[in-house]
Design a protein around this ligand. Structure first.
Ligand code: HAM
Length: 429
């Protein structure tokens, strides 16, 4: 085969026709579950102002400092969105969505972009589904958002997961904790990795997120934030845990869970899968009570999650979860001659209007080649049309699966096939 002249960029992949069915199943299930939980879809542009993402996600995060696909046109600074929470917060403020009344329960599905080093489960263009509840600070909202995330995985049959939760505190708890962490790490500073030494200056909390081996022993013994929570935040966290228990959602507390985005306050969580390898987070999220204000709105509490679709597909593969049943074509019209092809083109719409999938040969191949094509397309039936059939008004209808055939008028064929219009085939229901 010839070498292609062009290819996709590193870490960006085509989703080819043989793969698309799986994506459609996942998207359908996300939409159905979101609807059950009373969430509405929101779609925002894939490009945002760089300043929004820098402010929203945090100037010092890896995402903003190292992984942005950003460019300038005239005076405008664009960035391909690395995540969708800041864009949804922007849309909420820009369009005064609070005026719709109640909490805004919103979900999205779409591509995100981060210039990370590609590896299994980590791409530069990847896809997330996610959901946000904007306008509620009660623990019930944290728990409903986690329940939605879990419902989607359960529906797909992915149940061997671990939900990790933590409270990353409100600003006052965080200040106390940061002071404690600074005191703790200072004497060990020279033994920490370069990256952690830098984080020590800017944001010591992020040291806990380090994957560098030399940092691990120090992280293990570090003070935990839950010892520094204010009474109110501690009570909020306790209630989240109680309500999760009420719903039989099991969780593990991980006092070192900090997450890689700066907007989190109070509840933070991650869903981990043993089937993913190094990139083991299926999804994650938490509360971000200060973000709406940070992007120009009035103080509005909010909580949400997002999950990677590529990682979900890896988990499904590891667990042998079939997302799509074999695709079948209901009818393939086999033609002999130009007149028959013209007849077929005229009759395809009638089959399709009756709810059947139907196709034909466009280019006048031999009957044998067309029958082979019908097989390749996994056709249930063929209709065979030649000069004689056109003269008599009767056509051969062949059941390809049973290798049986008989002759009928077109109307008879239509009635027979339409009576048996197959359901949409998906093994996950
Ligand atoms: P995140 O933890 O950065 O959170 O991303 C959520 C999920 O997206 C990850 O758990 C992972 O499954 C997937 N993901 C992230 N980066 C990549 C990548 N490079 N390749 C493949 N998959 C990836 C957020 O994005 C927050 N906006 C979540 C949130 C919503 N918090 C509150 N509301």
């Amino acid at each position: 085969m010839a070498q292609p002249t062009f290819s996709t960029h590193l870490g960006m992949v085509d989703i080819l026709p043989d793969e698309v069915g799986k994506w459609q199943t996942i998207e359908r299930i996300v939409r159905e579950e979101a609807k059950k939980f009373n969430f509405e879809e929101i779609r925002t542009p894939i490009m945002e102002q760089t300043e929004l993402i820098a402010r929203g996600v945090g100037q010092l995060t890896d995402i903003v400092s190292k992984e942005m696909f950003a460019f300038q046109r005239g005076d405008d600074h664009y960035v391909l969105r690395p995540e969708c929470t800041a864009p949804v917060a922007r849309a909420f403020v820009e369009h005064h969505l609070e005026q719709r009344g109640g909490t805004q329960n919103l979900y999205y599905i779409g591509p995100m972009f981060r210039a990370e080093k590609p590896q299994k489960g980590r791409q530069r263009q990847f896809h997330q589904f996610g959901a946000e509840i904007i306008g509620a600070d009660a623990p019930a909202a944290d728990v409903d958002i986690i329940a939605l995330m879990m419902a989607i995985y359960e529906r797909l049959g992915i149940t061997n997961t671990t939900l990790k939760i933590n409270s990353v505190g409100d600003p006052e708890s965080r200040k106390n904790y940061t002071d404690a962490l600074t005191d703790y790490f200072r004497p060990h500073l020279s033994q920490l990795s370069d990256i952690s030494q830098k984080r020590f200056e800017n944001n010591p909390l992020r040291i806990l997120d380090s994957k560098e081996p030399e940092d691990q022993p120090f992280i293990e013994d570090a003070p935990v934030i839950t010892d520094y929570l204010t009474e109110e935040t501690s009570a909020h966290y306790e209630q989240v845990k109680e309500l999760l228990t009420d719903l039989n959602i099991s969780f593990e507390e991980d006092p070192h869970l900090v997450r890689g985005l700066d907007y989190y306050t109070r509840t933070a969580f991650e869903l981990i899968s043993p089937d993913l390898g190094a990139q083991d987070a299926l999804g994650g999220g938490g509360r971000y009570d200060l973000l709406i204000e940070e992007v120009g709105g009035s103080p509005t509490p909010a909580v949400g999650f997002a999950a990677g679709i590529e990682r979900l597909l890896i988990a499904c593969e590891e667990l042998d979860i079939e997302l799509v049943e074999e695709e079948m074509l209901d009818v393939y019209i086999v033609t002999l001659g130009a007149k028959a092809r013209r007849w077929a083109l005229r009759h395809l719409p009638k089959l399709r209007s009756a709810g059947l999938s139907a196709s034909m040969d466009y280019i006048g191949r031999s009957i044998k080649a067309q029958m082979k094509d019908a097989d390749r397309e996994n056709a249930r039936h063929t209709i065979i049309v030649g000069e004689n059939e056109l003269n008599e008004g009767k056509f051969t209808l062949r059941n390809m699966k049973k290798s049986e055939e008989d002759t009928y008028t077109f109307d008879e064929i239509l009635n027979r096939l339409a009576a048996d219009v197959p359901e949409v085939h998906n093994s996950v229901t």
